[in-house]
Design a protein. Structure first.
Length: 88
């Protein structure tokens, strides 16, 4: 995230009001809730985990046991069980 100077972005009357509360400090102004994206939407992490979990479930259905899946995907047995049982 790139910082911007408040006096270049905000109208003067608003800048003066903000200066009553905060002077010479960094201020983070969050985006409105409705415009926020969920975790992993920007980076693609959400989609890649979804695909990986689908792959794990398909391999389980093909007969690969949980211990082997844990070794293949470098996950704990508990994590593999959560993925598999969550799909049912």
């Amino acid at each position: 995230m790139k910082y911007q100077k408040a006096n270049a972005v905000l109208p003067e009357h608003l800048l003066l009001q903000i200066q009553e509360y905060v002077q010479g400090k960094y201020l983070y102004i969050p985006a409105p809730c409705e415009s926020r994206k969920a975790w992993g939407e920007n980076s693609g992490a959400r989609e890649s985990l979804y695909k990986r979990n689908e792959e794990i479930y398909c391999k389980y259905k093909q007969g690969i046991n949980i211990d082997e899946l844990a070794e293949i995907y470098f996950l704990s047995i508990h994590s593999i069980k959560k993925i598999i049982y969550g799909k049912k």
